[in-house]
Ligand binder design. Structure first.
Ligand code: HMG
Ligand code: MG
Length: 296
């Protein structure tokens, strides 16, 4: 099944992309054991997720927590039908992902110049110049590319972000061949009103079927923002098991919305997610135990 087909049956399905092993564990204060990361990913594969973001191929000096990404990917039990993905900021990262046998990667830019500089050490324009050869190479090799835009409503350094800036970047990334554009609400400051204003602008340039939401839950508004996004036509959301998450370059940003909360929300509203809530609850307990160990 292709990525597009995967998202095609939109009426009664919500796809939850599990990003906890990456977004969650990148932000833990100390290194989690590789074996525990492998165990977490294997538990998640068993929950019914069709897409799991396992790790990042980024500079280990920038994010040491993800330095064992290749080992994690070598040790997990890859379940047929599950697409395993990783963040790749540049061609070095793409090479690592390809060597690990990934068929999908995610690039990550930002709608805010300061955040772009702090997170990936370049301007928005420079990031696009970096992404062009990455996307081209990936697509030539049959690797699908997902694109994050961080700070879609608010930036930790610049405050409110112009929806038109998000829309312009989303349009460029879509035109370059990214099959899905992920709206990163990086610091959990967004509200249904600001999320909808941003989505209204983006939808003028990118089909809603190609959009996903990635909402952090710092202020407890992530489910409200998902509900508003569902009304706006989105059917794909990132979430992190146990509500893990954050970004080392977004001060104060707490976890992603918890996968188990999004699954319960979707099921309650009559959407199918393909997820087993009992298995997901067990994975969430394990994920939280990893966090508690680091905080002990
Ligand atoms: P730089 O220092 O400008 O890179 O960092 P460079 O090209 O000048 O290279 C410097 C050194 O890094 C060189 O090594 C490169 O080989 C190495 P040296 O010669 O000094 O020994 N290097 C790499 N090593 C491994 N893998 C690579 C790689 N690239 C270069 N891919 C860079 C630029 C983008 C690499 C750096 O800024 C970086 O790694 N940033 C990643 C930051 C990050 O991972 N942030 C968290 C993820 S984003 C997020 O959480 C937001 C999201 O969840 C959405 C949302 O919530 O909004 C996605
Ligand atoms: Mg994030």
């Amino acid at each position: 099944m292709s990525d597009q087909e995967n998202l095609a049956d939109r009426d009664n399905q919500i796809q939850i992309v599990e990003v906890g092993p990456r977004d969650g564990l990148q932000n833990e204060p100390r290194q989690i054991a590789t074996a525990d990361k492998v165990k977490l990913v294997d538990m998640l594969s068993d929950c019914g997720f069709t897409r799991i973001e396992v790790t990042s191929f980024v500079s280990p000096r920038w994010v040491p927590q993800m330095a064992d990404g290749a080992q994690v990917l070598a040790q997990i039990a890859r379940k047929p039908g599950v697409i395993y993905t990783a963040l790749t900021p540049n061609l070095i990262g793409l090479q690592g992902a390809q060597e690990a046998g990934l068929r999908e990667v995610a690039i990550f830019g930002a709608a805010s110049q300061t955040f772009s500089q702090k997170n990936i050490n370049c301007t928005i324009e420079e990031s696009l110049q970096r992404f062009v050869p990455l996307i081209k190479t990936a697509l030539e090799k049959g690797v699908a590319v997902r694109a994050y835009i961080s700070c879609v409503t608010d930036c930790p350094y610049e405050g409110a972000v112009d929806p038109q800036a998000v829309a312009r970047l989303a349009e460029k990334l879509f035109e370059l061949g990214c099959y899905q554009i992920v709206m990163g609400e990086t610091i959990g400051a967004g509200t249904p009103e600001t999320i909808l204003a941003m989505l209204d602008a983006v939808k003028q340039h990118v089909p809603v079927q190609a959009l996903a939401g990635h909402y952090h839950d710092t202020n407890g508004r992530a489910l409200d923002n998902i509900a508003a996004s569902v009304e706006a036509g989105l059917r794909c959301f990132d979430a992190a098991v146990g509500g893990l998450g954050g970004c080392p370059y977004a001060p104060g940003a707490k976890g992603n919305v918890a996968s188990e909360a999004v699954a319960a929300f979707a099921h309650h509203r009559g959407f199918d997610t393909g997820l087993d809530e009992t298995k997901l609850a067990a994975a969430a307990r394990f994920a939280k135990s990893l966090r508690e160990e680091t905080q002990a």
